[in-house]
Design a protein around this ligand. Structure first.
Ligand code: ADP
Length: 508
C-alpha cells in the first residue's frame, strides 16, 4: 500500500474515532468488523476486540421491523439489494436500548448491566465500485439526556395544563417584535372569548369594561418607549362582562427582552370572581350585622320605654279608662318585646344547629284556625280577615310548634304591612301535600327585593318596626320541615307568602 493511501486511511480512522456519533461497520452477513471510540463508550465496552464477530441479527434491542429488513437484505440476490436498501433504510429510527436485555441474551459483555439508553439511529449500506453490497453501517447517537428532558418537559406541560385548568389559570406569551401570540385555552376562557378568535388585542379583550380596555391599550402603546433594559411587571384586576355577568380576572404581565433582543410579554390570568363575590358578600353581611345591632337596640328600647313609662302612668293615674288604655299599651309592648326575643333565640338556635323536630299527627286546619282567631280578635286596623279552607280536617305528620311559628311570623308581617283591604290565611289539601298561604292587600314588595327579604337582618324600610329576622327564620323553618317558602308580590298591591308541606312523616 503506498504511503499516501496509508495516510488517508489513518486520517479517516482518526475522524471516525472522533465523531460524536457511534459507528459500527458490519460485513455482508451482519458480523461486526469495526466499532469507533464513541460506539464503545455508548455500549460500555473497553476494547473493540470484545465485540468483533457479534452479529447484528442477534441484537435484542433493534426493532423487529429493522431486523427483518436487514435479514431480507442479506438474503436477496445482489442485483436487488441496492433498490431494497434505498427504500427500506432511508429513515432514521429510535431505539430504546436495554443493557439488561444485552446481558440476558449474552449479546456482548458490557460494563453496564441494567440501564436503558435512547438511541437515534440510522442504517447505511455500502456498495463497492462494482455495485456489490459490501458493508452495513449502523450510526447512532445517544439521545438519552435529551429524551429524558423532553419527557420531563412533557410531564411538566401536562401537569401545568391540569393545574391551570383546575385553578383556571390562563397563560399567554406575545412576541411584540415578530407579532406572534400564543396562549392556553384558559386565557381565552377567562376573557370569555373562543380560542379560535382573531388574535388581535381588540378581539381577545372585547369583553373588558371600557375603562380596563383603555388601560390595557395604553399600556401596550407605552411598551416601545419604556427604558432599557426592559423589565416591566404590571398587575391589575380586570372587569370582564360575559353574557351580562361580571367576571373578575386578576392578571400579571412581565415584559422583557429575550436573548435575541425581541420584546416579549408573558402574562398569567386567574378568574377570581368567586373570591371577589364572597368578599363582597362577607362585607355586606358584616354591614347588615352592624345595622342589625343598631336596629335591635332601638327595637328593645322602644317597647321597653313604653312599658316603663306607661307602668309609671298606670300607678299614678286614678282614671279607670286611662288605666285600661295604659294596660293595653303595656301588654302590646310586652308582646312586641317577647316576639323580638323569641326571634333572636330561635335564630341563634338555628345558627348553632341545635334545632330538632318534634313530629306528631295533628289537624293543620284546626291549628291554622286557632292562630288566625287570635289575629281576628285583635284586628285594630279593621282589615277584612279571611280564613280559607275546604271545611274538613286535614291531618298531617309534622312539627306543630314550628308550623305555628311560621304562620305567626307571616301573619304578623301581613297585618304590619297592610293598612287597608284584607289579610287571608288559606289551607289547601293537595293530595300528598298541603299548601299554606298568607295573603294580604298591603304595601307589597317589588320584584328585585323579593329574593333579599329572606336574608337575615334584611328590612326594606329601616324605620319599620322589626329585627329583620322573621322571614329568614320562617324560610329556614319551612325548609327544616320539608318545604320551601315562596313569595308572590306586587309593589303597592299586596303579597302572598306560601309553602307546601308533605303530609307524611317519611317524606320530611
Ligand atoms: P321583621 O322580623 O323585622 O318583621 P322580616 O324578616 O319578617 O322582618 O321581614 C323583612 C322585611 O320584609 C320587612 O321589614 C318588610 O320590609 C318586608 N316584608 C315582610 N313581609 C311583608 C309583607 N307581607 N308585605 C310587605 N313587606 C313585607
Amino acid at each position: 500500500m503506498d504511503n499516501l493511501l496509508q495516510k488517508e486511511i489513518q486520517r479517516l480512522k482518526t475522524i471516525l474515532n472522533n465523531v460524536p456519533a457511534g459507528i459500527e461497520v458490519y460485513d455482508r452477513m451482519g458480523n461486526i468488523l469495526q466499532i469507533n471510540q464513541k460506539g464503545l463508550e455508548i455500549f460500555g465496552v473497553e476494547d473493540s476486540q470484545i465485540v468483533i464477530g457479534v452479529n447484528i441479527l442477534d441484537n435484542p434491542n433493534l426493532p423487529n421491523i429493522v431486523l427483518s429488513n436487514i435479514s431480507t437484505l442479506f438474503s436477496l440476490p445482489d442485483k436487488y439489494k441496492k433498490e431494497f436498501a434505498n427504500e427500506h433504510f432511508k429513515n432514521s429510527f429510535s431505539v430504546e436500548y436495554s443493557f439488561e436485555r444485552v446481558k440476558s441474551k449474552n449479546y456482548f459483555p458490557s460494563k453496564f448491566t441494567n440501564k436503558n439508553i435512547f438511541l437515534s439511529s440510522k442504517i447505511e449500506c455500502y456498495f463497492n465500485e462494482k455495485g456489490d453490497f459490501e458493508n452495513l453501517i449502523f450510526i447512532f447517537l445517544d439521545e438519552s439526556e435529551r429524551y429524558q428532558k423532553q419527557l420531563e418537559i412533557k410531564k411538566f406541560e401536562l401537569m401545568f395544563d391540569n393545574m391551570s385548568t383546575l385553578a383556571k389559570i390562563g397563560i399567554m406569551e406575545e412576541n411584540l417584535t415578530d407579532g406572534t401570540f400564543v396562549a392556553n385555552e384558559q386565557w381565552f376562557e377567562n376573557f370569555g372569548v373562543s380560542k379560535d378568535i382573531d388574535q388581535r388585542i381588540d378581539d381577545i379583550y372585547k369583553n373588558l369594561v371600557k375603562q380596563d380596555k383603555q388601560w390595557l391599550k395604553s399600556n401596550y402603546l407605552r411598551i416601545p418607549y419604556a427604558s432599557k433594559p426592559l423589565k416591566i411587571v404590571k398587575e391589575r384586576q380586570l372587569n370582564v362582562i360575559v353574557d351580562g355577568k361580571n367576571r373578575w380576572i386578576k392578571c400579571i404581565w412581565t415584559i422583557f427582552e429575550d436573548e435575541f433582543g425581541d420584546t416579549i410579554i408573558l402574562g398569567s390570568s386567574i378568574d377570581v370572581t368567586e373570591f371577589v363575590d364572597a368578599t363582597l358578600k362577607a362585607k355586606e353581611s358584616e354591614q347588615l350585622k352592624t345595622k342589625f345591632l343598631k336596629n335591635i337596640t332601638h327595637e328593645i328600647h322602644t317597647p321597653l320605654n313604653a312599658i316603663i313609662g306607661f307602668s309609671q302612668l298606670l300607678v299614678d293615674s286614678n282614671d279607670i279608662e286611662e288605666k285600661i288604655e295604659y294596660r293595653k299599651i303595656i301588654s302590646e309592648n310586652n308582646e312586641i318585646l317577647l316576639n323580638l326575643f323569641n326571634n333572636i333565640l330561635e335564630y341563634s338556635k338555628m345558627e348553632a344547629g341545635i334545632m330538632s323536630l318534634k313530629i306528631e299527627l295533628f289537624d293543620i286546619c284546626a291549628l291554622a284556625h286557632d292562630i288566625f282567631d287570635v289575629y281576628n280578635s285583635q284586628n285594630i286596623k279593621r282589615l277584612e280577615c279571611n280564613f280559607k279552607y275546604e271545611g274538613q280536617e286535614v291531618y298531617i305528620f309534622s312539627d306543630k310548634r314550628k308550623i305555628k311559628d311560621i304562620i305567626t311570623n307571616l301573619l304578623n308581617n301581613a297585618f304590619k304591612f297592610t293598612n287597608e283591604g284584607f289579610v287571608e290565611l288559606s289551607v289547601d289539601d293537595i293530595g300528598e301535600n298541603v299548601r299554606i298561604g298568607v295573603k294580604d292587600s298591603g304595601i307589597g314588595i317589588g320584584e328585585p327585593k323579593q329574593k333579599q327579604i329572606f336574608e337575615r337582618f334584611y328590612k326594606l324600610n329601616d324605620f319599620a318596626q322589626g329585627s329583620g329576622l322573621g322571614l329568614s327564620i320562617a324560610y329556614k323553618l319551612v325548609k327544616l320541615i320539608g318545604g320551601e317558602l315562596k313569595i308572590n308580590s306586587e309593589l303597592g298591591k299586596g303579597s302572598e307568602f306560601y309553602f307546601t308541606l308533605p303530609k307524611k312523616r317519611d317524606t320530611i
